[in-house]
Design a protein around this ligand. Structure first.
Ligand code: ZN
Ligand code: ZN
Length: 327
């Protein structure tokens, strides 16, 4: 049976998601819970002991992102402005720190961020260490990345090809996770737009962190993917290229949702068909049983958008509940 819980109070439980996606008893947002699947045996050795982490952002840049985030409010903020602000705030926080809750990343040279945009097509815009995203100071870093996203958004297209965005992300994901000689094989036939980043991709060398699922402890490689969209996929059939990807072989919910480090956000009402599509893409959190998905349609829930961006760029979580529990 479906079960949705409030991120602020897990005693607020719903059999189905509310129309808005938010808790009706408090300010919380609803997280889909699934039951744990069988726990796979731990690996004999840690296979990811490199230096790096990788966050892959997949941004919907279709024209409808210029619609208002919260048309019921008086705010003129558009969805793309909200994303640009949340993204630049995340980058700034990771580089400079942001109060007691959000600390700066200790080794920004070792965290690589890839940014992919999609509409009817998808493009890898950049992949670089977080340290390279720094501008002269905090304010300039914030301004730079906010403007950068808004500029990429100009005339990028109008359709929504979620599959194309995810396929680009999976190429990077697979390369980052591959060991030689598999990695060299994967590097053989890179599409043009990814080939230009070949030198960076060759350098990726993932570290991993311990997590507990049930009684077992696993090392999970530090790679996460975050995708958001504000509409239904409308270019061919929707395919999820991450549905057979795992960060630890066999780790999944009993509903079959893999722990693959994918998180998703839907901008709009939780009862839209596009919301269910985005939810179906998200991976399973073995620590909280949550699915890494949230719907956003209110300005007040901006902080959840930032929380997920933050979890992705530090590779520290799988679902929104992870940001309460500090990994
Ligand atoms: Zn609640
Ligand atoms: Zn979690």
């Amino acid at each position: 049976m479906e079960k949705w819980v409030c991120n602020l109070d897990e005693t607020h439980v719903y059999k189905q998601v509310t129309k808005t996606g938010f808790c009706e008893k408090c300010e919380g947002i609803l997280i889909k819970k699934e039951t744990p699947g069988p726990i796979p045996p731990p690996d004999k050795e840690d296979i990811y002991d490199g230096d790096h982490g990788v966050g892959i952002f997949v941004f919907d840049l279709s024209g409808s992102m210029s619609d208002l985030t919260d048309p019921q409010s008086d705010s003129p903020l558009t969805k793309i402005q909200q994303v640009a602000r949340a993204f630049s705030s995340t980058i700034t926080t990771l580089l400079y720190g942001g109060g007691k809750e959000l600390t700066a990343i200790s080794q920004p040279d070792n965290y690589f961020l890839a940014i992919i945009g999609f509409s009817e097509r998808a493009e890898l815009f950049t992949i670089n260490p977080l340290a390279d995203m720094k501008q002269n100071n905090r304010e300039m870093t914030f301004q730079y990345w906010e403007n950068w996203i808004l500029e990429k958004f100009e005339d990028f297209g109008n359709l929504t090809n979620i599959t194309a965005g995810l396929e680009k992300a999976r190429i990077i994901y697979d390369i980052a996770l591959a060991k030689e000689p598999n990695r060299s094989d994967l590097m053989q036939n890179l599409p043009d737009n990814i080939k230009e980043y070949e030198d960076v991709l060759k350098k990726l060398d993932l570290n991993s962190q311990s997590i507990t699922a049930g009684e077992s402890m696993f090392r999970i490689p530090n790679i996460r993917v975050l995708i958001y969209s504000d509409g239904e996929h409308n270019v061919g059939d929707l395919k999820n290229p991450f549905k057979d990807r795992y960060l630890k072989a066999g780790l999944k919910s009993s509903e079959g949702t893999p722990t693959n480090g994918v998180m998703s956000i839907y901008f709009g009402s939780a009862s839209d068909p596009g919301a269910e599509q985005m939810r179906s893409i998200a991976g399973y959190c073995p620590q909280h049983g949550g699915v890494g998905y949230i719907p956003i349609s209110k300005l007040e829930h901006d902080k959840y958008l930032r929380d997920l961006l933050h979890l992705t760029s530090k590779a520290t979580g799988f679902c929104l509940l992870c940001s309460n529990h500090k990994l």
